[in-house]
Design a protein around this ligand. Structure first.
Ligand code: PRT
Ligand code: MG
Length: 213
């Protein structure tokens, strides 16, 4: 049995066509079912539907053999315990700093609100900037508007969310896409099974790229 951990929402929606092309079709819709373990038409493959930020944990501890997670989540988690064999090229966006339109830092120590505490810490440390980081769990866009923070670090796709809140993107921290991750032990103990799926998905993703190009 191969177990794949995945989050509902945009990653799930973009992953289903890739899995379908590999002959893996969930037999339940996670938006309609309350089940957290989704069977597929392949008897040897099941999906775990979990929070995006929990995917690396399930895979690192071997509760799932494989998983699909955003690079943002993997970098923040510190995924040295995982193999990352494939960039799926889905759920693309950018991790950026953002501030109120026209905001100019005053040379004081900046306060930065984010859910990506470790990534933000490393980013500013590399630039030699001392900042105070405030951990939030969502709606980061609000923080600069009510004086909680000078900057935020968040994901940006169209930029509409920033714009709607009177914010503007500033510096690019990294480009983000979703990655296939694999448990290190499963890569050995289920080598043929795991390797087979990784190779199949690699083929599907590169075919899609050449069609898109
Ligand atoms: O919902 P839950 O708290 O369980 O987790 P989640 O909100 O992290 O899950 P989900 O499904 O929303 O996002 C999962 C993954 O999708 C992220 O980890 C990213 O890798 C990827 N992704 C790609 C995005 C975006 N694009 C994105 N635009 N995740 C979030 N956003 C948000 C962003 O945070 C901001 O609020 O969309 C807003 C910005 O979008 P624009 O188009 O207005 O710029
Ligand atoms: Mg969400």
């Amino acid at each position: 049995m191969l177990t794949i951990a995945i989050s509902k929402g945009r990653i799930y929606d973009d992953t289903v066509p890739l899995l379908r092309a590999a002959g893996i079709e969930p037999t339940l819709d996670p938006d309609k079912s309350r089940k957290l373990i989704l069977p597929t038409q392949r008897e040897d493959v099941r999906l775990l539907v979990i929070r995006a930020t929990d995917v690396p944990t399930y895979v690192e501890y071997g509760a799932a053999d494989l998983g699909i997670a955003g690079k943002d989540v993997l970098v923040e988690y510190g995924a040295e315990g995982l193999y990352e064999p494939l960039d799926l090229g889905i759920a693309r966006c950018r991790m950026m700093t953002a501030a109120r339109v026209g905001y100019h830092p005053q040379g004081k120590r900046l306060r930065v609100a984010t859910k990506y505490v470790h990534t933000t810490q490393r980013y500013f440390a590399k630039r030699g900037e001392q900042v105070e980081i405030i951990k939030l769990y969502g709606s980061m866009e609000l923080a600069p508007l009510v004086g909680l923070a000078d900057l935020i670090v968040d994901l940006v796709d169209t930029g509409n969310t920033l714009k709607a809140n009177g914010l503007e993107p500033r510096d690019l921290i990294m480009d983000i896409s979703s990655r296939l991750v694999v448990n290190k032990a499963a890569m050995k103990t289920k080598h043929r099974h795991v390797r087979g799926l990784v190779e199949e998905l690699t083929r599907i993703v590169s075919n899609q790229r050449s069609v898109a190009a």
